[in-house]
Design a protein around this ligand. Structure first.
Ligand code: NAD
Ligand code: UDX
Length: 460
C-alpha cells in the first residue's frame, strides 16, 4: 500500500516534529517513529504530546494512525524500513576523555549497532542528529563490519529547525542540506532523500554536498548564530556603562544588509539544547585537529554567554542591597525561549541557581514549564533537592509569582508577559519594586512611569 517506509530512531524534539511533517507531506510514505523511552512514546500516542510546539498537535492528530506511527518496536521498524533516520541525542560528554566538550556519541553508536544487528537487505541510513564532522565514518565502520558489501548507504541530513517555530521551519525551510558519498551508491541514496523532501520543498532549496561538509555545516551554522548573540550581549554591557541603548545599536547595525537584522536581540544569554553543546563540540574538534587558536576563538562565545547569565544574577543581588537572603524574587519564564516547554540549558536555570545560592526565595511562573521541569533542570545544575524544597515555589500565574516580591525578573519572552497588568503588579510588590527585563520586551519609559525601578538589558 505504501511506496516507501521510513523509520526514525529517536522520538524527541527533532524526530517527532520532523517525521510528522514528512508524513503530512508524503501520504505515500509510511513513517514510524520509534524510541526506547516508553513514557515518551505513550505521550506521542496521547492527547498530551511530550513536545510543546505551536501547530504540532494538529499535524500529529491529522496523520497519526494513517501513515504516521509512534512505537517502541525499534528492531521491527528497522527491519521494515527503506530509509532509517537516526535522531537520537548527542549531548556534551560528562565523563572520560573530552568531558565537558566532546559530543557523547553513545546513543549514535547504540543505534548503529541496532541497525547492523536487525537490518536485512539494503538500507539508507540518515544522520539527522547533530554530530561531529567525520562521525559518518564511525557509523559506516560499525555497519560495514556487520553487513554485506554495499548494503548500507550513510547520508548526513542535519536539521535546522528552531524550537518554538519548528512547524513553520519544517514547512518552509531556508534550505535542506544532504551530504552523501561521491560514489554511485552514495549519489543514488542521496537522490532518494532529495525526492522525499521535494514533495514540498523547492528543489533549489535542497543543497547537496559531500558528507563531511554537511556534518560540519551544522556545527558551524549554530556557532555563527550563537556568536551573533554573544557579540550583541557583550555590547549590552558596554551600553549599560555608556548610556547607549543596545536595541538602538542593534537596529542601526542590522540595517546594514551585510549584517542583517536577525539574531541581534540582547538577552540574559542564549540557552537551548544546541548552541552551547555544538560550540563546545566545535572547540573540541579544533583542538583535536591541532588548531588551538581557532578553538580559543569559538570558546569565547560560550564564555561571554556564561558571563552574561551570571552578570544578570549579580545585578539582581546588587540592586537588592547586596543581600537576597529570605527575599522573594519572582521569576517570570523558565523555558529557554518562548513557545517551547524545553528547559535544556535555559538561562533561567543559571540565574535561579545563583540566586538560590545567595539564599533567595524564588517564585517561578512559566506558562509551559511546571514543577517537574524546573526541578529536573535545577538538579541537573547541581542545586540540591533540599534547597529546591525550601526555596523554590511554582506559581500558577505571574500575579501570584510577583505578589509581595522584592524583585521580578523576566527570563523568557512569552507574549503574555507583554500584556500583563503591570500597574497592578507594581501595586502588589514590595517597594522599591525592582523589575529586571532579561529579554527587553517591556517599553522602558512607560514601565518606569508605573513606578518600577526598571532594569532592562543594555540600556544605561
Ligand atoms: P531528544 O533528547 O529530545 O530526543 C532523543 C531521543 O532519542 C530520546 O527520546 C531518546 O530516548 C531516544 N534514543 C536514544 N537512544 C535510542 C536508541 N538506541 N533507540 C531508540 N531511541 C533512542 O533530542 P532532540 O532535541 O530531538 O535532538 C536530537 C538530535 O537533533 C541531537 O543531535 C540534536 O543536537 C539535534 N538537533 C536538535 C534540535 C533541537 O532544536 N532540539 C535542532 C536541530 C538538531
Ligand atoms: C537553534 C538554531 O536556531 C536552529 O537552527 C538549530 O537547528 C537548533 O538550535 P533553538 O535553540 O531551538 O535553535 O532556538 P533559537 O531560536 O536559535 O534560540 C536559541 C537561544 O538564543 C534562545 O535562548 C534564544 O532566546 C536566544 N536568542 C536568540 C537570543 O538571546 N537573541 C537572539 O537574537 C536570538
Amino acid at each position: 500500500m505504501f511506496k516507501q517506509k521510513i523509520c526514525c530512531i529517536g522520538a524527541g524534539y527533532v524526530g517527532g516534529p520532523t517525521m510528522a511533517m514528512i508524513a503530512e507531506k508524503c501520504p505515500h510514505i509510511r513513517v514510524e517513529v520509534v524510541d526506547i523511552n516508553e513514557k515518551r512514546i505513550a505521550a506521542w500516542n496521547s492527547d498530551t504530546l511530550p513536545v510543546y510546539e505551536p501547530g504540532l498537535q494538529e499535524i500529529v492528530e491529522r496523520n497519526r494512525g494513517k501513515n504516521l506511527f509512534f512505537g517502541t518496536g525499534v528492531e521491527d521498524a528497522i527491519r521494515e524500513a527503506d530509509i532509517i533516520f537516526v535522531s537520537v541525542g548527542t549531548p556534551t560528554k560528562t565523563y572520560g576523555h573530552g568531558a565537558g566538550r566532546a559530543a557523547d556519541l553513545c546513543y549514535i553508536e547504540s543505534a548503529a549497532r541496532m541497525i547492523a544487528r536487525c537490518a536485512k537487505g539494503p538500507k539508507i541510513i540518515v544522520e539527522k542528529s547533530t554530530i561531529p564532522v567525520r562521525t559518518a565514518e564511525a557509523i559506516k565502520t560499525i555497519l560495514k563490519a556487520n553487513s554485506e558489501e554495499g548494503q548500507f548507504q550513510v547520508l548526513s541530513n542535519p536539521e535546522f529547525l528552531a524550537e518554538g517555530t519548528a512547524i513553520d521551519d519544517l514547512l518552509e525551510p531556508d534550505r535542506i542540506l544532504i551530504g552523501g558519498e561521491h560514489t554511485e551508491g552514495g549519489q543514488a541514496a542521496l537522490q532518494v532523500l532529495v525526492d522525499v523532501y521535494a514533495n514540498w520543498v523547492p528543489r533549489e532549496r535542497i543543497l547537496t554536498t559531500n558528507l563531511w561538509s554537511s556534518e560540519l555545516s551544522k556545527l558551524v551554522a549554530n556557532a555563527f548564530l550563537a556568536q551573533r548573540i554573544s557579540s550583541i550581549n557583550s555590547i549590552s554591557a558596554l551600553c549599560e556603562r555608556t548610556e547607549a541603548d543596545v536595541d538602538e545599536v542593534a537596529r542601526a547595525i542590522g540595517a546594514d544588509s551585510r549584517i542583517g537584522p536577525k539574531f541581534l536581540k540582547a538577552s540574559v544569554g542564549f540557552g537551548g539544547s544546541c548552541f552551547q553543546k555544538d560550540l563546545l563540540n566545535l572547540v573540541y574538534l579544533c583542538e583535536h585537529f591541532g588548531l588551538p587558536e581557532v578553538a580559543e576563538y569559538w570558546d569565547q562565545v560560550v564564555k561571554i554567554n556564561d558571563w552574561q547569565k551570571s552578570r544578570f544574577a549579580q545585578n539582581i543581588v546588587q540592586a537588592l542591597f547586596n543581600t537576597v537572603i529570605g527575599k522573594k524574587v519572582a521569576i517570570l519564564g523558565y523555558a529557554f525561549k518562548k513557545d517551547t516547554n524545553d528547559t535544556r540549558e535555559a538561562a533561567a536555570g543559571y540565574v535561579c541557581r545563583d540566586l538560590l545560592e545567595e539564599g533567595a526565595q524564588l517564585s517561578i511562573y512559566d506558562p509551559q514549564v511546571k514543577l517537574e521541569g524546573v526541578t529536573q533542570h535545577l538538579l541537573y545544575l547541581g542545586v540540591s533537592q533540599e534547597t529546591i524544597d525550601k526555596q523554590v515555589h511554582i506559581a500558577e500565574s505571574a500575579e501570584e509569582s510577583t505578589k509581595e516580591a522584592h524583585a521580578a525578573a523576566i527570563l523568557t519572552e512569552w507574549d503574555e508577559f507583554k500584556t500583563l497588568d503591570w500597574a497592578s503588579i507594581y501595586q502588589q510588590m514590595l517597594k522599591p519594586a525592582l523589575l529586571f527585563d532579561g529579554r527587553n520586551i517591556l517599553p522602558v519609559e512607560e514601565t518606569r512611569k508605573l513606578g518600577f525601578d526598571f532594569r532592562p538589558i543594555g540600556k544605561g
